[in-house]
Design a protein around this ligand. Structure first.
Ligand code: FES
Ligand code: FE
Length: 323
């Protein structure tokens, strides 16, 4: 399981605001318990197990920049070294009494972790609108889906369900036809281009029109798309955290260069409604883990995106959340 490509990827695990200085949290990532804690300015992610008697360090506290185990009070510094054993104050803890950390970074208001300790932060998926002041941005989620993150992502890439699951929102039941679109797999990842969809009200003017989506994924559980309409450009940066093989959390950063007058609450509510339409559908898929054997499900002509996605996962050696 540890050579699965998802273990090398960066995953969003928490909003940065959810971990203020001098606090500690327990999180789940790829079926493992992790402790996340922040000293005054540095975040750390370790396996959630004290090396002394194996209690969860996430039940502890942060004091003077040190993580204190709740059981016998061992104190660890940011580098993972145990620097104090209160029960034997004259004893110097050996260097082996240390926690090894996972790779961690704060980006786009989220805390990202990779289980591969030396994963480079340059591998965190790009979100160019983050730095672009022409785009208004807001975060939606987190959304909990009791299914494989890969099923969740495949749903995100599938526009053919819009007329049925999102009738009146992202599609129209009377116009279900999916026109051919381009799928490209390269060193940079997976792209879907020129995906055209009829939407009843693509930009809040109440007038139906055709819009174009272009998707890109540089790793299996983070995707972004741009949606081009006559009003402007909207992007969604969608990052899914695989908690367990059949449990996931998703965040969506929406950015748009139009519609300044639409209240953020309204936009957020729209997105929440759309995602709430998807969740029961995705959670009803059986098996909950994504089948990579292409003969396990029937594919239709408009499924080229998901066929490619599954082939790409297989190529990358993904073994978590798949059957
Ligand atoms: Fe952590 Fe003993 S179990 S200090
Ligand atoms: Fe959907």
């Amino acid at each position: 399981m540890t050579n699965c490509s998802l273990f090398h990827d960066w995953h969003p695990v928490l909003e940065s605001d959810e971990l203020p200085p001098e606090t500690v949290r327990s999180i789940r990532l790829l079926g493992r318990d992790l402790v996340l804690w922040r000293s005054r300015d540095r975040v750390s992610a370790w396996s959630d197990r004290c090396p002394h008697r194996s209690v969860k360090l996430s039940g502890g506290t942060v004091k003077n920049g040190l993580l204190v185990c709740p059981y016998h009070g061992l104190q660890f510094d940011e580098t993972g070294r145990c620097v104090e054993v209160p029960g034997c104050p004259d004893w110097t803890p050996p260097p082996q009494l240390a926690m090894s950390g996972y790779a961690i970074a704060v980006r786009y208001g989220l805390i990202w972790v990779s289980l591969q300790p030396d994963t480079d932060t340059s591998q965190i998926p790009e979100f160019p609108e983050w730095e672009d002041s022409q785009y208004r941005k807001f975060l939606c989620g987190k959304y909990r889906v009791r299914s494989s993150g890969l099923r969740v992502m495949e749903n995100f890439l599938d526009v053919s369900h819009f007329p049925f699951v999102h009738d009146g929102f992202l599609g129209d039941r009377t116009r279900p036809k999916v026109e051919p679109y381009e799928v490209e797999l390269s060193d940079r990842g997976l792209s879907l281009n020129n995906v055209r969809v009829w939407q009843p009200d693509p930009d809040g003017t109440g007038v139906g029109a055709k819009v174009t989506y272009n998707y890109h994924l540089s790793q299996p559980l983070v995707a972004s798309f741009e949606k081009l309409s006559s009003s402007g450009r909207l992007t969604i940066f969608f990052a899914v955290c695989p908690l367990d093989v059949e449990d996931s959390l998703g965040w969506m950063w929406i950015s748009m260069n139009y519609g300044e007058d639409i209240p953020e609450a309204e936009l957020q509510q729209f997105q929440d409604t759309v995602v709430r339409q998807d969740i029961p559908i995705v959670e009803s898929q059986q098996p909950k883990q994504l089948p990579l054997n292409l003969s396990a499900e029937v594919h239709l002509p408009f499924d080229r995106s998901s066929i490619r996605y599954r082939q790409w996962l297989k190529q990358r050696g993904v073994t978590f959340g798949v059957v």
